[in-house]
Write a protein that binds this ligand. Structure first.
Ligand code: ARG
Length: 458
């Protein structure tokens, strides 16, 4: 089959070159976007009298036929046509004859491919935002059921202060909220049409770029044709947002792995989301959160790859840019798969509130509260910190927790201590008393839940 650009060549393309330069094996994912872009382009060409209305109609019908036949699996791609753009032009021409070649009037593959990528990312970003919201929904549900469930709160993975488990979960809600905002914001830059930039310098035909933008539902067009064909910032931005989002998914996944270990025993993941061992019959492994954690690596990798591909490229289009696709597709698919998995994983996990309660009763995480107690009685915080440090040391030496010490023992450290110290030290009051805005008291967590639901409904 002869290529669409053989005119100035005297030799056949080397087979290995064909293999290296062809992108059809992966950019066929853009078939629908490519046809959508062409449909708008030919309509604009006809409206601007660059092609006749009749030609416009023929092209449109032909494109729709090709789309239909592709979906039905009746047509196949040819690697000698290199990429999705030339494959579709070829299929179109086979469908309607030489007039098919008019589809490329006033256009280049350079503005065409950029347009396809914009269309693709615009749709997929919206889908991903929806999926993030569904994970947020699952978090809200679990948080709501666990406002009063206490869990040790950690810093340095050392017990710090007990918190509401709902509060802990909602921290992830807000991370995901920012992820959604970032993705939504990135849409502003995706919502720009490169088509009409031609190869790099614009075109001699009297095209109407704003009309094409309107037909394709784009907010605006790139004001500079060279920027239009060489910009891949919008993909980088998506990959960056995706990386941050995956990092959040990974952190939550890591917590699920830890919490479901026998050592913690805070949650149990549903059987339908776990796997067994081929040798150890007792094993129930958290493969799902482990893989979500691991998949973060490829998403970061895709970002690094594209940053590296683009660095140092002179204006305008360079073939290097063809390498923008696989990482983007992979990131979209990885994110969609991970988010779809995460929502039910959260929904179906069982919370072992007894083990959590036991954990918060068997540690020294109420020490700050004794310090605050002494401060309320008039002692400077720094001094109180020192006194409590000694009490904790004394308790550890005597194999007791702070609630087990007698009032006499407390009085040895400070005469400020009274009987009310025991109410202060109960895990419930430790959590309840952290009632500052955004704090972990059930009252605050309920307020936070209201905010979270409002954001979800908005
Ligand atoms: N397959 C190419 C890509 O994805 C399309 C643009 C090719 N343009 C060119 N002048 N070779 O980047």
């Amino acid at each position: 089959m002869s290529k669409l650009w053989t005119g100035r060549f005297t030799k056949e393309t080397n087979e290995l070159v064909e293999k290296l330069t062809a992108s059809i094996s992966f950019d066929q994912k853009l078939a629908n976007e490519d046809i959508e872009g062409s449909l708008a382009h030919v309509q604009m060409l006809a409206e601007c009298a660059i092609i006749t209305n009749e030609e416009g109609e023929q092209l449109k019908e032909g494109l729709l036929k090709v789309k239909e036949k592709l979906a039905a699996g009746e047509l196949s791609y040819d690697v000698s046509d290199e990429d999705i753009h030339m494959n579709i032009e070829r299929l179109l021409t086979e469908e309607i004859g030489p007039v098919g070649g008019k589809v490329h009037t006033g256009r280049s593959r350079n503005d065409q491919v950029a347009t396809d990528m914009h269309l693709y990312l615009k749709n997929r970003t919206k889908e991903i935002i929806e999926l993030v919201a569904s994970v947020q929904g699952a978090i809200v549900e679990q948080a709501e059921a666990n406002v009063e469930t206490m869990i040790p709160g950690y810093t340095h993975l050392q017990r710090a202060q007990p918190v509401s488990f709902g509060h802990h979960l909602l921290a992830y809600f807000w991370m995901l909220e920012r992820d959604k905002q970032r993705l939504e914001d990135s849409l502003k830059r995706v919502d720009m049409l490169p088509l009409g930039a031609g190869a790099l310098a614009g075109t001699t035909f009297p095209i109407d770029r704003k009309r094409t933008a309107e037909l394709l539902g784009f907010e605006d067009v790139y004001p500079n044709s060279m920027d239009a064909v060489s910009d891949r910032d919008f993909i980088l931005e998506f990959l960056s947002d995706a990386s941050i989002l995956m990092m959040h998914i990974s952190r939550l996944s890591e917590e699920m792995v830890i919490w479901s270990s026998q050592e913690f025993n805070f949650i149990e993941l549903d059987d339908s989301f776990c796997t067994g061992s081929s040798i150890m019959p007792q094993k129930k492994n958290p493969d799902v959160p482990e893989l979500l954690r691991a998949k973060t690596g490829r998403v970061y990798g895709n970002l690094m790859s594209l940053l590296t591909v683009l660095k140092g490229l002179p204006l305008a289009y360079n073939k290097d840019m063809q390498e923008d696709k696989e990482g983007m597709f992979d990131t979209v698919e990885t994110l969609e798969g991970s988010l779809k998995m995460l929502a039910p994983l959260i929904e179906t996990m069982t919370v072992n509130d007894t083990a959590m309660k036991q954990a918060v009763s068997e540690d020294y995480s109420n020490a700050t509260d004794i310090a605050d107690y002494l401060v309320n009685k008039g002692m400077p915080f720094r001094e109180a910190h020192e006194v409590i440090g000694q009490i904790v040391l004394y308790a550890i030496d005597n194999e007791k927790y702070l609630l087990d010490l007698s009032l006499d023992e407390y009085k040895k450290f400070s005469t400020y201590f009274e009987d009310d110290i025991y109410t202060v030290l109960a895990p419930e009051s430790v959590v309840n008393e952290r009632n500052s805005y955004g704090g972990t008291s059930p009252k605050q967590v309920r307020e936070q839940l209201k905010l979270a639901k409002q954001s979800l409904d908005a």
